[in-house]
Design a protein around this ligand. Structure first.
Ligand SMILES: *Cc1c(COP(=O)(O)O)cnc(C)c1O
Length: 227
């Protein structure tokens, strides 16, 4: 396996090369199933933001690495019975896709912390059974999030069907939706889309944050936990 320092550097260069002269997107290092040691190794290279999918696994790492002052994003599905734990420990939740969890996140966000940063996950391909609100539901959800001072609406997130993402159509639709919602919510500054296999296309369509796991850490160890 090439070493992490080398891989991180070439990934940063690759991100910057997607829009020559433009501002490169932020990198979220997706550390699900990676050990706390591996995260610490990456943090020592200057990477601050990490994305986790499974709540219990994440809490263990957040706790173990509390002294490193990292920024933690939840990018996996959020069940309502996990809202309290998530609101207490994470800095960002990228997967808000229904109204029910919004007041729970606000209620449980500790007063001692900054407001919780929130992205609305959009099921941009409108695939049945998939996480994310429909594109039509995003405006109402944005208004609801914006009404809670303990939450800070930062933007949108999507995981387009890989079969459709290559041509950029899904990313283009996300960019259009983002711009529309920004008119009403000018504080929206984050469009989270693009993963190891499709980040160049996502960046060309306005991604401001890409979520990269395997292209950074290598193939993922498998995961066993029922979150
Ligand atoms: C696992 C995951 C990623 C990273 O996927 P890679 O293909 O390993 O880069 C990005 N976003 C979400 C929501 C994920 O679950």
């Amino acid at each position: 396996m090439p070493d992490l320092a080398q891989t991180l550097l070439s990934l940063q260069n690759a991100l910057a090369a997607c829009i020559p002269g433009g501002r490169p997107p932020a990198l979220l290092a997706v550390s699900k199933t990676q050990s706390a040691e591996r995260v610490a190794e990456c943090a020592a290279l200057g990477q601050r933001a990490f994305g986790e999918n499974y709540v219990q696994e994440a809490i263990a790492k957040i706790t173990a690495l509390a002294n490193l002052d990292l920024v933690w994003h939840l990018i996996g599905p959020l069940q309502s019975n996990k809202c309290k734990t998530v609101a207490e420990h994470f800095d960002w939740v990228q997967t808000v896709d229904r109204e029910k969890i919004v007041p729970l996140l606000a209620q449980y966000r500790p007063a001692s912390k900054a407001p919780l940063n929130v992205l609305i996950q959009v099921n941009i391909d409108e695939e049945p059974g998939k996480s994310g609100c429909s594109p039509d539901a995003a405006a109402r959800l944005a208004d609801l999030i914006d009404s809670f001072p303990r939450l800070r609406l930062r933007g949108l997130m999507a995981i387009p069907d890989p079969a459709h993402s290559a041509d950029g159509v899904a990313f283009e639709r996300m960019q259009a939706l983002f711009r529309t919602l920004q008119q009403r919510h000018p504080q929206m500054d984050t469009l989270s889309m693009g993963m190891s296999d499709d980040y160049p296309v996502a960046i060309r369509h306005g991604a401001t944050l890409v979520r990269v796991g395997s292209a950074l850490f290598g193939p993922r160890p498998s995961h066993s936990e029922d979150t």
